[in-house]
Write a new protein. Structure first.
Lengths: 392, 248
């Protein structure tokens, strides 16, 4: 892997919209990624292994639950700061960002928002410090885009719940200490349960042979008559809206994260195009390469504006699910297209592990699929503007 | 132990350097500013004294409000308080006089400054400061241990290292070696939030004169084109080195 020479583009002087604190947060995350992620990530992606040693670093810089209040171990930052952290981490690798997203938005967020005070105190500080790593179980073998059809269920046994079912495509599952699992009760109502590693009947087989998010651990969650203590049920919200609320938070982070991956591809392609000489001149001097690069920076700038405005709305508590869908869909699609174009700018070198582009490209194929597919997000916008859901 | 770390706000090492006003002023347009690396090694060592020996760490810098982000970063890294002397740092003598005033008023027994700032590379401030304060002084310091009032420092000298024993109060001109690059602290998110609550006192400068005045800046001559000489053509190489490059 070549040295990390990344320089972030800021074509519209968006830094002027950020506070001094946002810039400090962003630069700290950027510095950490350059020091801890860039030098090792290619090797781990090549061998399809999660670099577990960076978990303590992610915790130390505060990438786990940055917007969770300080009293629960978070940093109490705003949503734009959270977005900027996700952007910088995904600039390094979408898999590492996924780990941070899951821990923050899919594990800490539901415990903070839907949990009671005992649950918050028991789990959040340990999740923030990385002492506990969590995962989130919603998707099932037969229920991806339609989570409401889930089959995982739990039964009230008097002094405990009995949980049965299976979840798959679960980031962090192979090493997670706890799982926030969504399952239906006997009345068919969806509830969140905290399942801990070690509970009898709970296993987490690893998913192998992925061509995407190779430096991230993905697996299944299998529940065979798992006895879950009653105090592990998240009491403050039930129904599909509860897991979807978590997804809003995670998708928001992805909308920012994708910008990071796009920036890295663009910056790599720009640098390469200026250095690569063909026909006696840098390829950056040719019209076809300029078209690619100019379109990339245009799309990145638009995505940045979308994410920034969404961040303001989130800070005010006014961002709607449909607005978040639009940003997630647009920005991930933008990043994937940029990765593909940037790969072409580098010619054959684009497929080499010496450059990050093809790794980003392969990662983004997952990112455009998970947390609501590209198509489903379009239908969320469609339902929002017409009032007529096409997915029901 | 009460430590004052003097930090300079300097252009990032990757900045493109340009001058304005007839080459008399540095063009700050588009330049990112950072904590002077020599000061950052010192700050990190000071944080070690804070964590291991319970030291109190203050940071000070001379400059206008535009340097506040750099000061805030030092607070986010872990310094307890900061002082900004509200004046343009026009030369080393001026800066040292301003810093001396803060040291006198703050009752510090260890002052850590960088050996030099990486912008103007004057390398004068720590020495002048020690002289103004009549404190012990170790320059180009690459290691520092404190035990009570006693200090053991190492200094880089030509071809080796020198170990010195001295005592507080002490001024050091620090550099890499005080800590390693991998030890430099990246502020964490909680630190950044806590920095918000920390005290940043702005003080007005005392009357002080400059010893020097900048009159003109020049950039190094642009690099010429490279000429490649075939390995078998030694005569041409010698001729070029003798007649064109005039180095032999």
């Amino acid at each position: 892997m070549k040295p990390d020479l990344f320089e972030a583009p800021d074509y519209y002087n968006l830094d002027d919209l950020l506070s001094e604190e946002h810039i400090l947060v962003r630069d700290a995350a950027r510095q950490w990624v350059k020091r801890e992620v860039s030098p090792i990530i290619e090797e781990y992606a090549q061998k399809a292994e999660f670099p577990k040693q960076i978990l303590s670093g992610l915790a130390e810089i505060g990438a786990f639950g940055p917007y969770i209040p300080m009293e629960y171990g978070g940093a109490g930052l705003d949503q734009i700061s959270y977005g900027l952290i996700m952007q910088e981490i995904e600039r390094g690798d979408s898999g590492v960002r996924s780990t941070a997203s899951v821990q923050s938005s899919l594990v800490m967020y539901p415990i903070f928002t839907y949990g009671n005070e005992e649950q918050r105190k028991k789990y959040l500080p340990k999740l923030a410090s990385g002492e506990l790593i969590g995962c989130f179980g919603l998707t099932e073998p037969n229920h991806g885009s339609n989570p409401n059809g889930m089959e995982t269920k739990f039964k009230d046994m008097g002094d405990h719940y009995l949980l049965n079912g299976a979840k798959l495509w679960i980031s962090n599952s192979p090493f997670a200490d706890i799982a926030v699992v969504w399952a239906k009760n006997e009345e068919g109502r969806i509830h969140g349960l905290i399942v801990e590693r070690g509970m009898k009947g709970f296993s987490t087989p690893t998913t192998h042979n992925k061509w995407s998010l190779r430096a991230s651990a993905t697996g299944e969650l299998i529940f065979e008559n798992v006895k879950v203590p009653k105090e592990n049920l998240l009491p403050n919200k039930s129904g599909l809206g509860a897991p979807l609320g978590c997804l809003d938070s995670a998708r928001y982070g992805i909308a920012w994260g994708a910008i990071g991956a796009a920036m890295d591809c663009y910056n790599t392609a720009l640098r390469y195009a200026k250095e690569r000489i063909q026909f006696g001149k840098p390829i950056a001097a040719t019209q076809l390469q300029q078209k690619k690069l100019a379109e990339m920076i245009t799309e990145i700038t638009k995505a940045q504006l979308l994410a920034f405005r969404l961040g303001q709305l989130k800070n005010e508590g006014n961002a709607t699910t449909a607005q978040i869908s639009m940003a997630k869909r647009n920005n991930v699609d933008m990043a994937l297209k940029i990765a593909r174009e940037a790969r072409q700018v580098l010619g054959a070198m684009g497929i080499s592990g010496e450059y990050s582009i093809m790794r980003h490209m392969m990662n983004l194929e997952s990112v455009i699929t998970y947390e609501g597919t590209h198509d489903i997000h379009l239908l969320i916008t469609g339902a929002d503007i017409t009032g007529l859901p096409a997915f029901k | 132990m009460k430590i004052l770390v003097c930090i300079s706000n300097v252009p990032d090492t990757t900045s493109k350097i340009n001058f304005t006003d007839g080459d008399t002023k540095f063009d700050t347009n588009g330049v990112q500013f950072v904590i002077n690396p020599n000061d950052e090694f010192g700050l990190t060592r000071a944080m070690w004294f804070k964590e291991k020996q319970g030291a109190t760490v203050h940071v000070v810098s001379v400059g206008g409000p535009t340097i506040d982000p750099t000061i805030r970063k030092a607070l986010a890294i872990g310094a307890d308080e900061a002082i900004r002397i509200n004046a343009e740092p026009t030369d080393g003598f001026f800066v040292a006089q301003q810093l001396a005033e803060v040291v006198k008023n703050g009752d510090y027994n260890l002052v850590i400054a960088g050996r030099e700032s990486i912008d103007y590379n004057g390398g004068m401030v720590p020495g002048i400061l020690a002289a103004l304060l009549d404190m012990n002084f170790v320059n180009t310091c690459i290691s520092l241990e404190i035990d009570g009032e006693n200090a053991t420092a190492q200094r880089e000298i030509d071809g080796g290292k020198e170990t010195l024993s001295t005592s507080l109060p002490l001024v050091i001109g620090g550099q890499k070696g005080l800590v390693q690059e991998s030890d430099l602290k990246i502020p964490n998110m909680r630190g950044i939030m806590m920095a918000r609550q920390k005290k940043l006192t702005v003080v007005e400068p005392v009357d002080a004169l400059n010893a020097t005045q900048e009159t003109k800046f020049e950039k190094p001559a642009a690099k010429g084109a490279v000429k490649l000489v075939d390995a078998s053509n030694v005569d041409e190489l010698i001729s070029l080195l003798h007649n064109e490059a005039k180095v032999i």
